[in-house]
Design a protein around this ligand. Structure first.
Ligand SMILES: [Zn+2]
Ligand SMILES: [Zn+2]
Ligand SMILES: [Zn+2]
Ligand SMILES: [Zn+2]
Ligand SMILES: [Zn+2]
Length: 302
């Protein structure tokens, strides 16, 4: 009998593995080059200690960096991590990544309790001026679809969550990230002027999130300025989420835009999710202008 590795004769103890005979010291792990004291694991025709196999081939925990052996979690971005590490990390308000050094280079806590990762912080809109370019682009994009705010000036104010929640009493429970505030001026009970007073957006959102909120709120502004009748919540929000989707779809499939579209399409919210799906389904059959004219007159989706 001859050892498959060293070709020297074998006398005494030997290992029979992979259709060959080996000296115990010649049959070694392809990773650490040490012999086995029992079982081994094959990978692409090479033997490994179980631990060495995991060390080399298992996915790494995106938080702790260790090889993952058992059940792991995966987020929208394809990061995998172990539940034990995930439970110690705050979740980013915008991208939902677990905030940690390895994955997001840390993050910050906002005064209203929101956690924001340092990836999202890179483009965070802390002053309205920093969002101006994004807003201009959103407005141009919507205008191309006929949702044109022309040269109407829309002031933007960045606020913290409690202020937004207090003003947004209509939608109790559901936390929103933005809000359009309008006023109708009347004389002798006749409407003389409609004014979009301001759009409120949560302070410190990353630019992609801020722009997506703006696309939605500009939809409200457009409906208001174009004197749409009061619409059922799911119809109004459905139209505005459709504006959001038109914007996101214009972004040439960036990962963050695709992720937001996926979340919108899967939302189980009776107003936002259902409204959006009804609007989007109608848009597959009809031009947007026809859809909007129908909504104006029927106060529902075709
Ligand atoms: Zn040998
Ligand atoms: Zn080994
Ligand atoms: Zn881990
Ligand atoms: Zn983030
Ligand atoms: Zn809305």
């Amino acid at each position: 009998m001859q050892c498959f590795l060293c070709h020297k004769p074998i006398s005494g103890r030997y290992i029979n593995a992979m259709d060959h005979e080996w000296h115990p010291e010649c049959f070694v792990c392809a990773a650490c080059q040490k012999p086995f004291d029992g079982s081994f694991q094959l990978h692409e025709g090479k033997p490994y200690h179980a631990a060495c196999f995991h060390e080399r081939f298992s996915p790494r925990c995106a938080i702790g960096g260790e090889p993952i052996r058992a059940a792991y979690l995966q987020n929208d971005w394809g990061d995998v991590y172990c539940p034990d590490h995930a439970k110690d990390c705050p979740v980013c308000f915008s991208c939902h990544r677990p905030i940690c050094q390895r994955l997001t280079r840390g993050g910050v806590a906002y005064p209203d309790g929101r956690a924001m990762c340092n990836q999202c912080r890179k483009t965070a809109i802390d002053q309205p001026e920093r969002g101006a370019a994004a807003v201009a682009l959103v407005r141009r994009t919507l205008a191309k679809h006929g949702i044109d705010l022309k040269d109407v000036h829309v002031p933007i104010r960045l606020v913290l969550q409690p202020e937004l929640d207090a003003l947004n009493s209509k939608r109790k429970g559901a936390k929103t990230c933005g809000m359009m505030r309008s006023r109708i001026f009347t004389e002798d009970k006749r409407v003389v002027k409609r004014v979009v007073e301001e759009i409120l957006v949560l302070r410190g959102l990353p630019e992609e999130h801020f722009a997506s909120i703006m696309a939605h709120e500009l939809g409200h502004a457009w409906l208001f300025l174009n004197e749409y009748p009061p619409l059922p919540d799911a119809v109004e929000e459905g139209v505005c989420e459709l504006c959001n989707a038109l914007w996101l779809r214009s972004l040439a499939a960036t990962p963050s835009a695709l992720r937001r579209l996926k979340i919108m399409a899967a939302s189980d919210d009776a107003v936002y999710g259902r409204g959006f799906r009804a609007a989007d389904k109608a848009l597959q059959r009809l031009p947007l202008s026809t859809l909007l004219a129908f909504v104006r007159h029927q106060r529902r989706f075709p």
